[in-house]
Write a protein that binds this ligand. Structure first.
Ligand code: GRF
Length: 223
């Protein structure tokens, strides 16, 4: 991949992940720029954030998943992405399922961020489900998109402890801070052409990435 990729962002909400991508592009930490932001929600904060930074902001209404209209609406999304010459599609809080055609149109070039340590807790309530389950470590996953929901080869994960007394909201806030760090890193690795997919594994510079330290929570008392 050449330097300075064009990124198309799909988002449905306030867009703090979009903001972290914008900020890192503007700071030169990502070799690329956001060419367009597309949202299924007309008043979404992500569209406002895009406009504030002079980025094309496009509302594309999306019909119920699985319907012929949904296929057509996704076709419109593909058209907008292609019209902007997008190299990478980054879903950032996009709450709709994308069509297989969208994944096929951008092979190995569509990624998603999910606020849980996949494959645990897929779906729209990752933080709540993790908190309710009583896990000790929660976190975030950035992965290549495939034709399933919250699936696809994992690029990077970040873990945070779950504290006693955590609520869905407090856990969401702790995870979100890590989201804002790992998503720009994943995008930069993509922009640098350093990621390859090997089956379910994503290799960085052709090597499986080794973890740098153990993450244990609560802290161990025995050595
Ligand atoms: C994030 O937690 C993201 O992982 C999830 O939806 C949330 C979107 O937040 N899929 P924001 O719109 O980026 O602030």
């Amino acid at each position: 991949m050449s330097a300075n990729i064009k990124i198309g962002v799909l988002a449905s909400g306030g867009g703090t992940n979009l903001q972290s991508l914008i900020d890192n592009c503007e700071a030169g930490n990502i070799d690329g720029a956001i060419a367009v932001v597309i949202s299924d929600v007309p008043q979404a904060g992500c569209l406002e954030r895009a406009r504030d930074h002079g980025i094309d902001a496009v509302h594309v209404p999306v019909a119920k998943t699985g319907t012929p209209q949904w296929e057509q609406d996704n076709g419109r999304i593909i058209e907008v992405l292609q019209a902007h010459g997008v190299d990478l599609v980054a879903m950032a809080g996009y709450m709709r399922k994308i069509t297989p055609r969208l994944v096929q149109t951008f092979p190995g070039a569509a990624i998603n961020i999910h606020p849980a340590l996949l494959p645990s807790f897929p779906g729209t309530h990752g933080q709540r489900d993790a908190n309710d389950y009583g896990v000790k470590l929660a976190g975030v996953t950035v992965h290549f998109a495939d034709e399933e929901f919250d699936s696809g080869p994992i690029i990077i994960q970040g873990a945070v402890p779950v504290l006693s007394g955590d609520t869905e909201d407090s856990l969401r806030d702790r995870i979100l801070k890590v989201e804002h760090k790992v998503y720009p890193q994943a995008v930069q690795w993509f922009a640098q052409g350093r990621l390859t997919i090997s089956g379910r594994r994503v290799l960085l510079d052709g090597e499986p990435v080794a973890g740098s330290q153990e993450l244990v929570w609560p802290p161990m008392e025995m050595v």
